[in-house]
Design a protein around this ligand. Structure first.
Ligand SMILES: Nc1ncnc2c1ncn2[C@@H]1O[C@H](COP(=O)(O)OP(=O)(O)OP(=O)(O)O)[C@@H](O)[C@H]1O
Length: 243
């Protein structure tokens, strides 16, 4: 594989979810007897989306609530599988998608660094080498021997972000998660994301903070009702969203 090949290829990807409506038992029984719809239907959260992302590109997935951005990011990270189409990624992918994902609640912060690092593809010796630096960046030294079920969402973010940047990902995927960090830590994360960008890593970010993504990402992809409706410079896409 040569380095000019894309880091991410999303090819005609569709993801459907099942919408279940709560019904009283009596209504379900009547619907079943009269062969009516019992209130389960499918809808497309992501609808035949195709794009590719090259090495070193910084992409913002933009759109209003419920448009399918997080689902798309989960499909790229491999947390979800498409119903149709394919997603290919090249290189180590680190995803910060849901607070606490990749952490086991009954393990300590220290144990979770090893678990999370392994999930991200790091060897044990690599994690051992980076351990002090991971803890230092997270600034939660005092809580490393505490079970993470007692962590606040900001503490989860601190540890997860720190492990993710220390695994030297080629592709970094970030959902809204930064929002749970306090302002100084958010700023520190953004500086680190800029460093990753400047060193040629590939970034895909989902955020409603349009000013932040305009500063971080050169390319914007606008999603509406699961469909990709615009792909261009972030400034143009943000202008379109702000109408
Ligand atoms: N696991 C799931 N089961 C059922 N429906 C889901 C599931 N995950 C997401 N959805 C639905 O898919 C649609 C797209 O959700 P998604 O979280 O991708 O949107 P989003 O653009 O990230 O929204 P937001 O900006 O509000 O975070 C929504 O209608 C949501 O309710």
């Amino acid at each position: 594989m040569d380095s000019t090949e894309p880091r991410i290829i999303v090819n005609s990807v569709t993801k459907e979810f099942t919408l279940r409506h709560r019904r009283a038992l009596k209504d379900i029984a009547i619907a079943a007897l009269t062969r009516q719809d019992v209130g389960i239907n499918h809808f497309r959260a992501v609808d035949e989306v195709s794009f590719s992302v090259n090495e070193g590109e910084t992409v913002a997935l933009l759109g209003y609530n419920g448009s399918g951005k997080s689902t798309l990011l989960k499909l790229i990270s491999g947390v979800l599988h498409p119903d149709q189409g394919t997603v290919l990624t090249r290189g180590r992918v680190a995803g910060l998608i849901e607070v606490g994902a990749g952490f086991h609640p009954d393990l300590t912060g220290r144990e979770n660094v090893f678990l999370n690092g392994a999930i991200l593809g790091m060897q044990k010796h690599e994690i051992e080498q980076q351990y002090d630096s991971i803890v230092e960046f997270s600034e939660i030294e005092k809580f490393m021997d505490t079970e993470v079920k007692f962590y606040s969402s900001g503490m989860f973010l601190r540890l997860a972000f720190s492990v993710a940047i220390h695994c030297s990902p080629e592709v970094f995927l970030i959902d809204e998660i930064l929002a749970v960090g306090d302002e100084p830590f958010q700023k520190k994360c953004i500086r680190r994301i800029k460093d990753l960008r400047d060193s040629g890593k590939t970034l895909v970010i989902v955020s409603h903070d349009l000013d932040m993504v305009s500063a971080l990402c050169e390319r914007g992809i606008l999603v509406e009702h699961g469909k990709m409706v615009m792909d261009g410079p972030t400034g143009d896409v943000v202008k379109q969203m702000r109408g």
